[in-house]
Ligand binder design. Structure first.
Ligand code: TXA
Ligand code: MG
Length: 362
């Protein structure tokens, strides 16, 4: 593995690598991706092997311009209304943290889509990623650059530490800005009953909020995944979660995902407020406000580095940006448990809570 910068010459080397079938980890605005030529079956197989990812979990294909979309997706297979919504979303949010599931062109390798009739496409909002895509093959398949089931990388060193020599190049673009993966929105109607009019459906909450999407195309469906772990941990806040619903999921939306090694438990704000501290544990409050009210009722002080906050500003955008880096960091402290307060249920809160509930061990 060779570490590269995001300078022009290094991006060119990485792009040549992709053309030659190599694997290149690169920064996007969400998380680092593990990139390969989307039309090279051998390179795609190496992506699955490097991550230890099951082949039934399809990849997102990254593009740098709308012209490439034509090689991947068959927009004519959409209803006129859905086609209009797709165009409106691309115009408004690309480049950006939105992945669209669209009917696929037959030429797209089955390995990239796991044999599904649809393809996931996104245009990342990051200059180095766009340049890498442009200078290579124009279509770069890239899952998040972490071993299957583990924490996503928001820094080059997270990729190096977790994948090391299983990748050929890592482009170091510093810390990613959004911090959680793209929102995956299904426009293909794939999961609707044949008779029903297809409705856009969020398969994975992510870096683009539901509110932002609905402001452009109207109502979308989003069924939060089951929160059995949270329920077991006593979460009862109906505003933070929709317990017990197991909606249609993206093939990769497995319960045990995004997991640190240290056992992690997710709590509603109410449950967290009344939680008692036990030695060897780490607490992550969402904001200084909830941390301080909890501290105010403890009859003791705490040594440094036991009590954390996800967002010092209390905004869900900051919370998302900090999420994986904080979990990577705390995972190294070998605590008995990490106990985390859920984010509020708006903006990027649902994406944060989705990742935390999948990381939850109970
Ligand atoms: O922000 C992101 O999306 C990052 C960066 C690198 O772009 N990528 C990423 O890829 O998160 P990955 O592979 O970790 O997640 C892709 C998600 C999975 O949940 C997968 O199941 C879903 O997209 N997906 C891909 N193709 C699909 C399809 N045809 N239908 C439904 N879901 C699909
Ligand atoms: Mg991933």
């Amino acid at each position: 593995m060779e570490l590269l910068t995001t300078g022009e010459a290094d991006i060119r080397r990485a792009a040549d690598g992709i053309k030659a079938g190599l694997l290149v980890a690169f920064p996007t605005e969400t998380v680092y991706g593990l990139g390969a030529d989307a039309f090279n079956q051998v390179a795609l197989a190496r992506v699955f092997a490097a991550k230890g990812r099951p082949r039934f979990d399809p990849l997102i294909i990254h593009i740098a311009s709308l012209e490439t979309l034509d090689r991947l997706a068959d927009l004519s297979a959409l209803t006129p209304l859905m086609r209009e919504k797709a165009a409106a979303l691309m115009a408004r949010f690309w480049p950006g943290p939105l992945t669209l599931i669209l009917p696929k062109k037959p030429e797209v390798p089955d390995l990239a889509t796991s044999g599904l009739p649809s393809v996931a496409v996104r245009c990342p909002d990051h200059p180095a990623a766009l340049e890498l895509i442009r200078l290579s093959t124009g279509a770069v398949a890239a899952p998040s650059a972490n071993p299957f089931g583990r924490l996503s990388p928001t820094k080059a060193e997270h990729v190096r530490d977790q994948l090391g020599d299983r990748v050929d190049f890592i482009l170091d673009g510093g810390r990613t800005s959004v911090g959680v993966e793209s929102t995956v929105l299904d426009l293909s109607g794939g999961s609707s009953p044949a008779a029903a009019a297809p409705v856009p459906r969020i398969l994975r909450p992510g870096g683009l909020s539901r509110e932002a999407i609905e402001a452009v195309i109207g109502p979308v469906e989003f069924l939060a995944p089951g929160f059995s772990a949270s329920e077991a941990a006593g979460i009862s806040d109906p505003t933070a979660f929709t317990p017990g619903q197991s909606g249609p999921v993206s093939p990769g939306q497995l319960k045990s995902h995004y997991a640190p090694i240290t056992p992690l438990v997710l709590y509603s704000p109410e449950a967290m407020a009344s939680l008692a501290y036990s030695p060897g544990e780490l607490f992550i409050f969402f904001s200084p406000k909830s941390r301080d009210s909890w501290l105010a009722v403890q009859n003791r002080t705490f040594p440094k580095d036991l009590i954390w906050t996800l967002s010092d500003s209390g905004s869900t955008l900051d919370g998302a940006a900090n999420l994986f880096d904080l979990l990577h960091k705390l995972d190294r402290l070998e605590a008995a448990y990490i106990r985390v307060e859920a984010a509020p249920p708006y903006e990027l809160g649902p994406a944060i809570n989705d990742r935390l509930s999948r990381a939850s061990t109970l």
